[in-house]
Each structure stands twice: as C-alpha cells, then as structure tokens.
Design a protein around this ligand. Structure first.
Ligand code: COA
Length: 542
C-alpha cells in the first residue's frame, strides 16, 4: 500500500520593504503609463490587475536570503532538527549564480545559523520560470515514494525576486518572497494525491530572461494566453487521470474540488484562469439541474464560445474562436454563477498576493498559505495566534494549477489534514504585511529609494562612469573635450568591445539587517592563495 506523502509544514518570508502603487509611484508613472491620469492608473493597477503594494528586496537581500528565511520559518514552525532533512531543493528563476545551486548557499546559511552540519543532503536547484518549485516538489515526493530517502524530511523552497524594466506594463507586476515546504510521510498539513498529477509543456517565448539581462523580457498579453491554454490542457489531462483512478467523471469534477489554487503573477490572472477552468467543467455538467443549464441561462454565448474544439462562430478560424472565447470568458467573469464560485473556491487564496505582488515560483504556494490564514480568521474569528477548534478545511480537496512561462503547466491535488489549523497557526502574514505605522512590520519606499534598489547590480563594466557622464554633459552643452576626456571615451569604447567587469560595491541597505540572513559582501580576490571574485558571502545577522 502507498504511504501518504505531502506537506508537513510551511514557512513564508516576504521582505519588509514595499512600494505603494496608489501613491507616489502612480503620480510619477501616470504621464508614461496612463496619459497623465493618476486615478486611471490607480484603478487599472488595483482593480484591473488586482495589486496594491509590491514587496521589494533591500540591498542585502536576494533569492538566497529570502529562501533561507522561509526555510528557517518552516523548520522552526515544525520544531524539527535541520539534520532530519536529507534533500533541500530550491525552485527559482532569479538565481544568484550561473553555476552554483542556490540550495547550497541556503544549506550553508542554515548550517551556520543552527550550528549543525548538513553534509549528507542533496541540494539541487530547479529552474523553469514560475513552475520550477513545483518540479522540485514533485521530485522530493517521488524520492520519498521510491524509498530513496534516509531521513524523514525534504525541504522544497520557492524563492524569487520579480523584476521588470521601470515604467513598463510589467513594472506593476513585480514582487518578491519565498515559501518553504517541509515534505514528509504522514504529513500534518496536506496529503498529495498520488498518480493524479498531469503536465503539459510547449516550447514558447512568452517570457524569458536572457543571460545578460537583470530584468525579464515578456510578451505580456501573449503570456496570459499561453498560461491559459497550457493550464486548460493540464486540467483536461488531470480530469482524465482522476476519472481513471477515482472514477470521478468530468461532469462531477468541479464539485469534487473544494479549492482551486492557481499560479498568481497578479490576482486578476487567477480570475482569468478560474474562468477558463470552470467554463469547461460546467459545460460538461449537463445533468438536469447541473451547472450547464444555469451557466447557459446566465451566459447565453457560453455554449458557442467554449473550447477551441467547439468550432462555432467568427467563421471558425482559430483567431476568431480565440476572440469569441475571450468575450465569453469576459461575460462569464461578471455572471453570478462565476462570482459565487470564485468567492468560495478561489478568492481566499488571493488575499496575500494583493499586498506582495508577484513572487514568481512562490506565488502558488503563497496562495496555499493565504487559504490557510483566511480559513483561520473568518469575520469575527479568534484573534491572531489562536486556531479554530472546528477546522473547516480538514478533508477538503485542493487542486493546484502551476504554470511557468516558456512554458509548462502542471495540475495536481491534495487533501487537507485534520491538524492543519494547529500546524499553520504560526502564520501571521496578514499582520506582518501591515505597515509599521499600523502595527505591522513593513516600511514604505520612496520612489528614489525604490529606483536605486531596482538599479542595483552585482557587477558593472570596468570604465570610469563619472568621466563619461561629464563628457556627455559637455557634448550636450557644445563644450570642447579635454584630451583626458577623449581618452575616457576611448576607454569606454574598448570596455564595450571587449568587456571586463568589476564587482560593484553593494549600496547601503534601507533597513539595516536584523534577525535575518543577509548578503554580507561579494568577493573580489583573485590571487594564487584565494580566488573568489563574484562569490557571495552570507551570514545570519542577530
Ligand atoms: N480601472 C479598472 N480596470 C482597468 C482600468 C481602470 N482604470 N484600466 C484598465 N483596466 C483593466 C483592463 O480592462 C484589464 O482587465 P480585463 O482583462 O478584465 O479587461 C486589466 O485592467 C489589465 O489592463 P490591460 O490594459 O489589459 O493590461 P496591461 O497593459 O496593464 O498589462 C499585463 C497587464 C499583465 C499583461 C502586464 O502587467 C505584464 O506584462 N505583466 C508581466 C507578465 C505577466 O505577469 N504575465 C502573466 C502570465 S505569466
């Protein structure tokens, strides 16, 4: 008989700095992004995209420090000895090194902090845009299922710093944070259902980050289309597996799933995903009194526009069908049948992301933490710290829709364990995410500080930037250049033609590190005794 394997404990870490998208940012960007109309931009970002605040990393933070912080929270919450872990996998698309695994850096930080040795631990990094951590989770579970583990726990961490160029449509879908999942047999939080996971992969160009770029390159609208198409295909394959394994037919699938969690680059995306997934499931439910009849009464076009296979309308061309489908999904999103379903089965998982933004690989698992927090604190619920006596989520099935650009979607499911409320009672994210002035831990950033942190890089071209700035000014003013300035231009030219990089000193942090893992410095030595140029040194700062 297969043993039960799944998530035993969860830890979430969000950097304390944030950018308020309704304030100075909106006033500064409105001329570029909204024809000068500040209220229009605020409305678009808060209602159209669904995000109010974005988490931003400080100068001493990166994907490795965020991952180590989340790991510490998961380990401390479970009360285990880190030496009980024999597999530590990090899923990230914003790696700190082109070769070394971020998981090895995290392992070093945990060893230092807990004063233990963790040498007999596998520590790989998984990369596939925002789905990397899901592949890591799958590997960790399979490893235990195959009996290859020597110790009870695996630690899977999703960690990222989402960065797009300033003053673009991607800018308001940035964010940062990490989620760590302790995986084990007989988990206390969530049992993952074996044999049901379904995966779809297509070679796509919707979103990527070339090696030379610090920010992602994205074809925004296209990335939404690829997300929805691959997710729909993965749900279809998942439904077939569920029918084969559990005998639940497609027309009954929606009713058999209590919560749908989606990858959340921004909260409205989860709404688009729910519309796509629910539409297919409701159309399949043609029994008398089933969802199909209510759907067609509320959204008359639904029967014609759903499914590329329907082939109806707009001349039957693929582009026409896609347009018609979008229109149907738009109408569906406003219908009572959808709003009720969304409020019950999706919305509780989105509460946190509205104040964090895009965590990339962590966003699906942040949705899980959000669901647990919301379940513990319904209106008028016990104060933070208490856990509800009658757990409403216990035994419920959660379906996960994971997506990574480039592009892959995976759907899998799990059921909530009886002890979940106790196991997640340490989560205080709603309180943590309040600004310090309102009793939380967060500190707002000015535009100047946000832009300085955004521009931070680890290395820069080795030439005299200040001299070039003065040359540029003289050229603008029509002033003749001195011979030394002509030499500076020549140096810039050769730097561009055969680039040499130098490690750039990290700027000062906005908030001095306190009770956290921090990037201390980046190595600059290259000698016979020691070579560490570009190597990252981390430490726990008490
Ligand atoms: N008030 C309320 N809603 C408004 C509004 C206003 N003043 N102005 C616009 N909106 C709505 C739009 O109608 C749209 O909603 P709809 O889809 O329900 O019609 C929504 O805001 C987004 O606006 P839109 O103009 O369509 O998109 P955008 O130019 O802001 O770009 C992304 C949005 C997501 C494409 C862009 O932020 C991006 O590229 N992000 C990075 C990539 C990404 O996250 N991809 C997701 C898949 S991985």
């Amino acid at each position: 008989m297969r043993s039960t394997i799944g998530i035993d404990s969860i830890g979430v870490y969000v950097p304390r700095l944030y950018l308020d998208l309704t304030d100075e940012w909106a006033r500064t960007r409105a001329p570029v992004l909204a024809g000068g109309d500040v209220q229009k931009l605020v409305g678009k970002v808060t209602d159209g995209v669904g995000v109010r605040r974005m988490a931003v990393v400080d100068a001493h933070q990166d994907c490795a420090t965020l991952a180590a912080m989340a790991a510490k929270r998961a380990i401390d919450a479970a009360g285990i000895d880190p030496r009980e872990i024999d597999y530590l996998a990090v899923g990230t698309e914003t790696t700190v090194d082109q070769s070394k695994s971020t998981a090895a850096y995290v392992l070093g930080m945990l060893e230092q902090h807990y004063g233990v040795r963790m040498a007999d631990v596998g520590a790989p990094q998984f990369q596939f845009a925002c789905i990397g951590a899901t592949y890591a989770l799958e590997a960790a579970v399979s490893r235990i299922r195959a009996g290859d583990h020597a110790k009870p726990y695996a630690l899977v961490i999703a960690s990222d710093v989402s960065k797009y160029p300033l003053a673009t449509a991607g800018e308001y879908t940035q964010g940062a944070g990490a989620v760590a999942l302790l995986v084990s047999e007989n988990p206390r939080l969530l049992a993952l259902e074996p044999g049901l996971s379904a995966t779809i992969t297509r070679d796509e160009r919707d979103f990527f980050r070339p090696n030379w770029s610090a920010t992602a390159v994205v074809d925004g609208k296209y990335s939404i289309d690829v997300y929805l198409d691959t997710l729909e295909a993965a749900f279809h394959a998942y439904a077939e597996r569920v029918e084969g394994a559990l005998g639940i037919v497609a027309s009954r699938l929606y009713g058999a799933i209590d919560h749908f969690l989606f990858h959340v680059p921004f909260p409205r995306m989860a709404e688009y995903a729910a519309a796509r997934v629910f539409l297919g499931q409701w159309l399949a439910d043609a029994a008398p009194g089933g969802a199909r009849s209510r759907l067609l009464a509320e959204v008359p076009l639904a029967g014609a526009g759903a499914g590329a296979g329907a082939g109806a309308g707009a001349g039957g061309s693929p582009a026409g069908e896609a347009l018609q489908r979008k229109e149907v999904e738009r109408l569906l999103a406003k219908s009572p049948i959808f709003r009720e379903a969304f409020a019950r089965k999706v919305n509780p998982s989105l509460a946190l992301s509205r104040d964090i933004g895009n965590m990339y690989s962590g966003s699906l698992y942040l949705a899980l933490a959000s669901l647990f927090e919301q379940a513990q604190r319904p209106a008028g619920a016990p104060p933070a710290g208490a856990f509800s006596a009658g757990p409403p989520l216990a035994g419920q099935r959660i379906a996960f829709g994971s997506y990574g650009s480039g592009a892959s979607a995976k759907v899998f499911s799990g059921s909530v364990m009886a002890d979940y409320a106790k196991v997640t009672s340490h989560l205080r994210l709603t309180e943590e995410l309040r600004p310090q002035a309102e009793g939380g831990t967060r500190v707002p950033l000015s535009m100047a500080d946000y832009e300085r942190l955004h521009a931070l890089t680890d290395a820069e071209l080795d030439y005299d930037g200040a001299a070039i700035d003065s040359v540029m000014q003289k050229l603008r003013d029509g002033v003749a250049l001195a011979p030394s300035e002509v030499a500076a231009v020549a140096a810039l030219r050769s730097a561009v033609q055969s680039p040499k990089w130098r490690v750039r000193p990290r700027g000062a942090s906005i908030l001095a590190p306190r009770a956290e893992f921090a990037l201390e410095r980046i190595g600059t030595t290259s000698s016979a005794e020691r070579t560490d140029t570009g190597y990252r040194y981390y430490a726990w700062v008490p």
